[in-house]
Ligand binder design. Structure first.
Ligand code: ADP
Ligand code: MG
Length: 294
C-alpha cells in the first residue's frame, strides 16, 4: 500500500463504493460512490432517511454483501478480495454486529450468558474461559445479574445490551449496529447508546451505528449524513458536549453538496459565483449580467 492511498491510516475505508441492485427490469443504485473513513477507536453514527443506503453499507462492511464497484477495507481485510474461508473468519472474529430486530441478535432458547458464550464456542474457546468472559461482558453492559435469563425474560433494551455483549465475545476490532434502537422507546434507546459509548471508551472497540434518527448526533461525537447513497455532511461535537458544528464533505473530485436550506435561502441553483479569500471561500448566487455574457 502506498502512503498516499486514500484512507491509508484509517481502520475502515470505503472508497467510491457503488452497489447496484438489479431486479428484473429495474435498477436501484443503493450506493452511488460513497466515501467514508473511520479511524481506530472512533464512535461514529451514520444517519440518513429510509432508503438512503445505510443497511446496504453495513451489509458490505460486515462481509454479507459485495459492492458492484469501489473499494472497502476494514483493518487488513480487503472486503472485495476475500475467499469464503476468510470471509467466515472475518465475520466470526474481526467484526461484531447488532441488528435492529432484537430477535435476530439472540437465540431465544439460550440464556443471556449462553448467548454470549456461543460465538466463543464456535471458534473453540474453552468452557472456563467462555464462562469467565461472558460474565465479564455482561457486567460491562450492566447486566451481571441477568445472565441466567432468556431473551423473552428481558426487556427490549436489556436484549440489545446482551446483543452488544454477544457481538463483543470474540474481541472484534469493530462493532457495527444497524438501527440498534429502532424498536425501542427514547429512554431505553438512550441506555443502549450509553452501553455502546461505554464499550467504545472502556474496551476501545471502534463502533459504527447506522440510524434514520438524526437525534443520534447528540449521543456521539461524529455523525455522518448519507443521502442518495453517498456521504453528504458531518456534525462534530466538541469534548464538552454542546450543539456541534456542521461540516459539508468535499470529495476527491472537489464535489460538495450544499444543503437545500442554504440553497433556498440564497437562491443558489445551477451556477454560483465563487471567490477565493485568504482563509475561506465565498459563494454567491449567480449575478452575472445576462446581456454582458450572451
Ligand atoms: P436504508 O437502510 O438506508 O433504509 P437500504 O440500504 O436498505 O436503505 O436500501 C437502499 C436502496 O436499495 C433502497 O432503494 C432499497 O429499496 C434498495 N434495496 C435494498 N436492498 C435491496 C435488494 N436486495 N434488492 C433490490 N433493492 C434493494
Ligand atoms: Mg436499513
Amino acid at each position: 500500500m502506498t502512503p498516499t492511498q486514500y484512507g491509508a491510516d484509517a481502520l475502515i475505508v470505503c472508497d467510491s463504493l457503488v452497489r447496484i441492485y438489479q431486479t428484473d427490469d429495474v435498477e436501484v443504485q443503493a450506493l452511488q460512490g460513497l466515501d467514508l473513513l473511520v479511524d481506530e477507536g472512533e464512535l461514529v453514527a451514520v444517519v440518513g432517511a429510509s432508503g438512503s443506503g445505510k443497511s446496504t453499507l453495513l451489509a458490505v462492511l460486515s462481509g454479507l454483501d459485495a459492492p458492484t464497484a469501489g473499494r472497502a477495507r476494514v483493518a487488513d481485510w480487503d472486503l472485495l478480495a476475500m475467499t469464503s474461508a476468510q470471509r467466515l473468519r472475518y465475520r466470526r472474529t474481526a467484526v461484531g454486529f447488532i441488528w435492529q430486530q432484537t430477535s435476530r441478535n439472540l437465540l431465544p432458547f439460550l440464556s443471556a450468558a449462553e448467548n454470549v458464550e456461543l460465538p466463543m464456542a464456535v471458534v473453540g474457546v474453552g468452557r472456563g474461559e467462555r464462562r469467565r468472559r461472558a460474565q465479564e461482558l455482561l457486567d460491562s453492559v450492566g447486566l451481571a445479574d441477568r445472565s441466567g435469563r432468556r431473551p423473552a425474560e428481558l426487556s427490549g433494551g436489556e436484549q440489545q445490551r446482551v446483543a452488544i455483549a454477544t457481538a463483543l465475545a470474540n474481541r472484534p476490532q469493530v462493532l457495527f449496529a444497524d438501527e440498534p434502537t429502532g424498536e425501542l422507546d427514547r429512554a431505553t434507546g438512550d441506555e443502549v447508546f450509553a452501553a455502546l459509548r461505554e464499550v467504545n471508551a472502556v474496551l476501545g472497540t471502534t463502533v459504527v451505528i447506522v440510524t434514520h434518527d438524526a437525534g443520534v448526533s447528540s449521543q456521539v461525537r461524529r455523525t455522518v449524513a448519507i443521502r442518495d447513497g453517498r456521504t453528504s455532511s458531518e456534525v462534530l461535537r466538541g469534548e464538552g458536549g454542546g450543539p456541534g458544528r456542521e461540516y459539508a464533505l468535499i470529495d476527491r473530485a472537489g464535489r460538495m453538496q450544499v444543503p437545500a436550506a442554504h440553497r433556498r435561502a440564497l437562491g443558489l441553483h445551477e451556477r454560483v459565483r465563487l471567490e477565493l479569500e485568504e482563509d475561506h471561500l465565498g459563494v454567491w448566487a449567480d449575478d452575472h449580467d445576462e446581456e454582458g455574457v450572451r
